[in-house]
Write a protein that binds this ligand. Structure first.
Ligand code: SF4
Length: 197
C-alpha cells in the first residue's frame, strides 16, 4: 500500500489524515486491529498544513471533506484551522471533524471557538453511557473525568458549529439508549455505528 497518505476517499467523501497521535486507546480503534480502511494511514512524520493542502487534489467530486484519520485531528487544532480556512476559500464543500472530544483537555477550555466559521459539522465520539464504561473502552490518557469532559465539549460546540453529532460504536456493555438520551438532553444529533462500519 502507498505510504504517507494524507488525503483518501471512501465513497464520495474526502478524508484528511493529519496525525497518528490520540489521547484515547479505544478497544475498537483500527490502529489496534488487522483491518484498516484500505490505505496505510500510518504517518512516519506529521505533515505541515501546506503538505495537507497540496494533497487535496480536485475537490469537485466530493460531498464532504472530513478530518479523521488514524489519530485525533484536534491534537493539531491549529493545522485544522489552516486547512479548513483554505477549504472555505477554495470550495463550498461542508467540512467535518471527527473527534474524540478531548480538545479542551488538550488545549484548555473553549477550544472549539477556534473552529468557528471553518468547520460545519462535528462528530464527537461518546462511545459509552457513563464514565466507568468510557474508561474501560476508550482508555483515555486523562483518566477519570474524561467522559464528563467529552460531554462538556459537545455542549460547548452548540452555537459554534452548525451541525453536532454524538456518535457511539455498538460495543458489548454499552447502553445505547442511555447514550441516545445524552444526545437528546444536549439537543444534538445521535449516530450509532456498527463496529467496523
Ligand atoms: S479516539 Fe479514534 S483514533 Fe483515538 S483511539 Fe479511539 S478510535 Fe482510535
Amino acid at each position: 500500500m502507498k505510504d504517507f497518505v494524507l488525503a483518501y476517499n471512501i465513497g464520495d467523501r474526502l478524508y484528511l489524515n493529519i496525525t497518528n497521535r490520540c489521547t484515547n486507546q479505544c478497544a475498537f480503534c483500527i490502529k489496534n486491529t488487522e483491518r484498516g480502511v484500505g490505505y496505510n494511514l500510518w504517518l512516519e512524520r506529521e505533515p505541515g498544513a501546506d503538505e495537507v493542502i497540496g494533497s487535496l487534489g480536485i475537490l469537485s467530486p466530493y460531498s464532504e471533506i472530513v478530518f479523521c484519520g488514524y489519530g485525533e485531528p484536534l491534537v493539531r487544532i491549529d493545522l485544522v484551522r489552516k486547512v479548513a480556512g483554505y477549504l472555505k476559500k477554495k470550495c463550498r464543500k461542508p467540512v467535518r471533524v471527527n473527534t474524540n472530544g478531548h480538545a479542551d483537555l488538550i488545549h484548555g477550555p473553549g477550544s472549539v471557538v477556534k473552529l468557528r466559521g471553518l468547520v460545519d459539522r462535528i462528530n464527537v465520539s461518546l462511545n459509552a453511557h457513563c464514565s466507568e464504561k468510557y474508561l474501560e473502552i476508550c482508555r483515555p490518557m486523562f483518566g477519570p473525568g474524561a467522559y464528563e469532559a467529552v460531554v462538556k465539549f459537545a455542549e460547548s460546540c452548540i452555537g459554534v458549529i452548525p451541525e453536532i453529532t454524538l456518535s457511539v460504536v455498538e460495543w458489548p456493555g454499552v447502553d445505547i439508549e442511555k447514550c441516545r438520551e445524552v444526545a437528546k438532553i444536549l439537543g444534538v444529533n445521535f449516530c450509532l455505528r456498527k463496529y467496523g462500519g
